[in-house]
Design a protein around this ligand. Structure first.
Ligand SMILES: *Cc1c(COP(=O)(O)O)cnc(C)c1O
Length: 494
């Protein structure tokens, strides 16, 4: 039986997994969700004995049912290879009474690699399966992390080109250097004289431009997106929850039937939604603790049942979580509304018109496994410092938001369940904020000097991703105005 996918916004014809991956977003603007969430077929004692790649196959075969075993294994083996600096792919580290699941051992040292290293392979396999002959052009606007992870994932993947727009003066120096030194004949990186919203709007306009699409089709191209709403990004994120629960069981850290909480530093709600899917598949997860920074829309939502984006946007030390619209929440809304597309559509319309919507008491009751929490900038700094002082373990600012929220949660509830804290970025990616949290006087050092000092403090090697950019050549120097984005793309594809 094939598992089909339907839109959260209408009862239009369901599509196969490969079609959903190819399309990204449904034509009605909704997100694709599986018609049912499949159950795990393997008991936890056997999961504990499987490698990351074997676990990935076990999970993905249940969701991507129109791919053959060979196709899936091919994608998995090409994604989770030596690009990761540990064979474990996603190691668990015990520190200060919790388990940290490190998702930053891939090419760009942030958790986006977990999904973006496999998406290009799923996408090209899906194109083949659906007789799509056109070359796939990935268009992405980035505020920093996604752009580099997508570039690394798509670089030199046959049948694809990737074009990334970033705000020229709106990303960190390390983030910019990571992008403009990207190798690969099919990669294009362009700075725009504007902010992230300008970049995002320009990309959206191109996606919506029917004339442009027709023009490109004639030249043998089609646009696609590497955005986190693609089901081809969501499903690979379920894998590490399954894998880590198996590991905890194998190591004797949890027993049969024992539930474990997960704490997820959240922005677009993709990572924590994957945890929710993992729980729905039968994994022994207890609470899903949704950790926000000072942009705490989700914290307020889980408390009040009202999602309200009408507030100031706060720049924090965890920039990848500075988000006021968490796109993937729509999938939870749909599920908890009893898979009612009309209701979901009405709420999403209200979100785009008034910037807010409310859910019913029934829906709120269906979300009782979720607990919202947030950490202030000071609590984030304190979490980094505390973990370093008590355990000698250095975490990044995003992970520290989760650690801060976890601390507040156990103080408030006394919950004794064991917990996995999702570690979404290497401390080397946000070195300055991390080192300043440990000791303010580090602020006078240069970026690479700080990386060496962090290596000394934590006893970990400076990751390849940082070593590479120390002296890498700049390969991309293009800059354009926001209103010239389409012209730039047309020139690339001439
Ligand atoms: C993207 C990102 C997040 C947020 O993940 P979502 O799936 O968008 O909730 C958290 N931390 C880091 C480092 C990220 O890059």
């Amino acid at each position: 039986m094939k598992l089909m996918y339907q839109s959260t916004r209408s009862n239009s014809e369901p599509v196969t997994a490969s079609q959903a991956i190819l399309k990204g977003l449904a034509d009605d603007g909704g997100l694709y969700v599986p018609v049912t969430i499949p159950g795990l077929e393997i008991p936890i004692n056997r999961l504990g004995k499987m490698t990351y790649q074997e676990t990935a196959f076990e999970v993905m075969k249940l969701f991507f049912t129109d791919f053959t075993e060979e196709e899936l294994k091919n994608c998995i083996n090409r994604a989770y290879d030596e690009k990761f600096d540990t064979q474990e792919i996603a190691p668990l580290v015990k520190a200060d009474g919790a388990f940290y699941l490190e998702l930053f051992h891939g090419a760009t040292i942030a958790f986006k690699d977990m999904a973006l290293s496999i998406l290009p392979h799923l996408l090209t396999a899906a194109a083949k399966k659906n007789q799509v002959k056109d070359e796939i052009v990935i268009l992405t606007a980035t505020s920093g992390d996604t752009g580099k992870a997508a570039l690394a994932g798509f670089a030199d993947v046959k049948g694809t080109k990737i074009i990334v727009f970033y705000p020229k003066d709106g990303v960190s120096p390390i983030q910019e250097k990571q992008m403009v030194t990207q190798k690969g004949d099919n990669t294009y990186v362009i700075g725009i004289r504007g902010n992230f919203d300008d970049a995002q709007n320009g990309v959206k306009a191109m996606f919506g431009n029917k004339e442009l699409a027709k023009d490109l089709k004639e030249k043998g191209y089609r646009f696609s997106s590497a955005n986190s709403i693609n089901i081809g990004r969501l499903v690979p994120q379920i894998v590490y929850y399954v894998y880590s629960c198996g590991r905890l069981f194998k190591n004797g850290d949890i027993k049969e039937g024992e539930k474990i909480n997960v704490v997820v530093p959240t922005g677009n709600f993709g990572n924590i939604l994957a945890a929710y899917y993992a729980k729905s598949m039968g994994l022994p997860i207890g609470k899903l603790i949704c950790a926000s920074n000072e942009n705490k829309v989700l914290f307020d939502f889980f408390r009040t049942g009202i999602y309200d984006r009408n507030r100031d946007f706060i720049l924090t030390a965890s920039p990848s979580m500075d988000i006021l619209i968490s796109s993937n929440l729509e999938r939870l809304i749909y599920q908890t509304a009893g898979r009612d597309a009309d209701k979901t559509l009405a709420m999403m319309k209200s979100l785009s018109k008034e910037g807010k919507y409310g859910i019913t008491d029934g829906m709120k009751a269906n979300m009782e496994d979720f607990v919202g929490g947030y950490a202030s900038e000071k609590e984030t700094v304190d979490a980094i410092k505390r973990l370093y002082k008590t355990a000698g373990y250095v975490i990044d600012t995003h992970t520290a938001v989760a650690a801060g929220v976890y601390q507040k949660y156990i103080t408030r509830t006394g919950d004794k369940a064991k917990s996995i804290i999702i570690s979404t970025a290497s401390p080397y990616k946000f070195t300055r904020s991390v080192m300043k949290a440990i000791d303010l006087s580090y602020d006078s050092m240069g970026d690479f000097e700080l990386a060496d000092e962090l290596s000394r403090l934590s006893g970990t090697a400076v990751p390849r991703a940082i070593e590479e950019i120390r002296c890498a050549k700049v390969l991309h120097e293009a800059v354009c105005d926001p209103d010239k984005m389409q012209e730039t793309v047309e020139n690339i594809l001439k």
